[in-house]
Design a protein around this ligand. Structure first.
Ligand code: ADE
Length: 373
């Protein structure tokens, strides 16, 4: 073992006696922890080991970048500092605090879980991997992260970052999107991971995946604590591994979005409690690409009730399984159009300020939000 120019411990492998997969992973523990101790980023959720904070941060960090999560994490903890306050939260308020993070079922599951913890676990996170796994919204990754970081239990926390690092390190060509392959990595890490500092070990692997063995583009092997033992680095195969299965096509959906203004207020409506963007507020919209001359018909207003109409730029929003290709119209209605008429029954006209403070409007409508002036 030696320290290289970049201050990393590196393990030398003898060419005549290559390491087995388990030996290779065990040999990674020390350099990894040494590197993490020196270079770990200072992040708000790393200030202490409060299981509640670890839990919230790990849920927010799923599918979302660290820099994007930081302000959300701080705001969320200020308003909901513990499990009971989260369990008692108003759903609209909770979703408002989540606005922009996406994947809103994460927020709803957080609250569901907080309620279960309050009712069945004395308001505390159980210090037990198997118990954690039983909770709503907590899968093997999150259970592993909470158990190891908050309670020092030696279980792995395998997310996409870790799968990429480990598959490269061991030159594993399997399809890591398959649950069975992920399970194999979990078993392997359970056997080989550092048992003294499992929380730091897991975070170190995640950290290497986030800032060294990056998801897009060339890995920064020069500064990697695992470089001397990494098989993909030896064979220059980072473009092949991890194996990427062909992408499934997203369903394309044309939608027409309306920014409807009346007496300075904006029309929004609440989405159904199930499905895409469940229970969030949205700008009124319909399926299909509506042409200008059909707008009044679709909105069920008379032409003379429209004071002003403007075509807005097209926009696109990509969800995990659907893509919205949107057309938009700004429609200013005259006051003669009454709010309580039939066509308006699921619309609420809200003040522009309320849209900022009270109604969670998902990012999908971001492109049209700026026309609310
Ligand atoms: N991504 C997922 N979990 C993380 C953590 N604990 N620190 C930094 N990035 C992460």
């Amino acid at each position: 073992m030696y320290e290289n120019l970049y201050g990393q411990l590196q393990v030398l492998e003898r060419k005549d006696a290559p390491l087995s997969q388990e030996e290779r992973l065990r040999a990674a523990n020390r350099p990894l922890l040494y590197w993490y101790g020196k270079y770990a980023r200072k992040l708000p959720w790393r200030e202490n080991k409060d299981p509640y904070r670890i839990w919230i941060s790990e849920i927010m960090l799923q599918q979302t970048r660290v820099e994007a999560v930081k302000p959300y994490f701080q705001r969320f903890l200020k308003e909901f500092p513990d499990i009971p306050s989260l369990a008692a939260a108003e759903e609209d308020r909770l979703l408002k605090l989540w606005e922009g993070l996406g994947y809103y079922s994460r927020a709803r599951n957080l609250q569901k879980c907080a309620k279960v913890l309050t009712e069945d676990y004395g308001g505390r996170m159980p210090a037990d991997y198997k118990e954690l796994l039983k909770l709503p919204g907590i899968g093997s990754y999150t259970a592993g992260a909470i158990a190891s970081i908050a309670f020092s239990i030696p279980v792995p926390a395998v997310d996409g970052n870790v799968l990429r690092v480990v598959s490269r390190f061991t030159e594993n060509r399997e399809d890591m999107t398959k649950p069975a392959e992920k399970k194999k990595i979990e078993v392997l890490l359970t056997e080989t991971m550092d048992r003294e500092s499992p929380g730091d070990f897991n975070q170190a692997l995640i950290e290497v995946g986030a800032i060294v063995c990056v998801p897009n583009g060339e890995p920064k092997c020069m500064v990697c604590p695992l470089a001397s033992l990494c098989l993909v680095r030896r064979d220059n195969l980072w473009q092949e591994i991890p194996f990427k299965p062909p992408k499934r096509k997203r369903r394309m959906e044309q939608r027409t979005v309306f920014v409807v203004e009346r007496k300075g207020k904006i029309a929004v409506r609440k989405r159904p409690p199930k499905g895409l963007l469940a229970s969030l507020y949205e700008l009124p919209n319909v399926e299909g690409k509506i042409s200008e001359d059909r707008v009044s018909q679709v909105l069920e207003v008379q032409n003379d009730e429209i004071l002003h109409m403007e075509v807005l730029p097209e926009a696109k929003h990509i969800f995990s399984h659907v893509e919205w290709d949107m057309t938009g119209y700004l429609v200013r209605l005259s006051e003669t159009k009454k709010e309580d008429e039939k066509a308006w029954k699921d619309w609420i006209f809200v003040e522009k300020d309320e849209l900022k403070g009270q109604y969670p409007l998902p990012n999908a409508f971001q492109a049209y939000r700026k026309f609310i002036k």
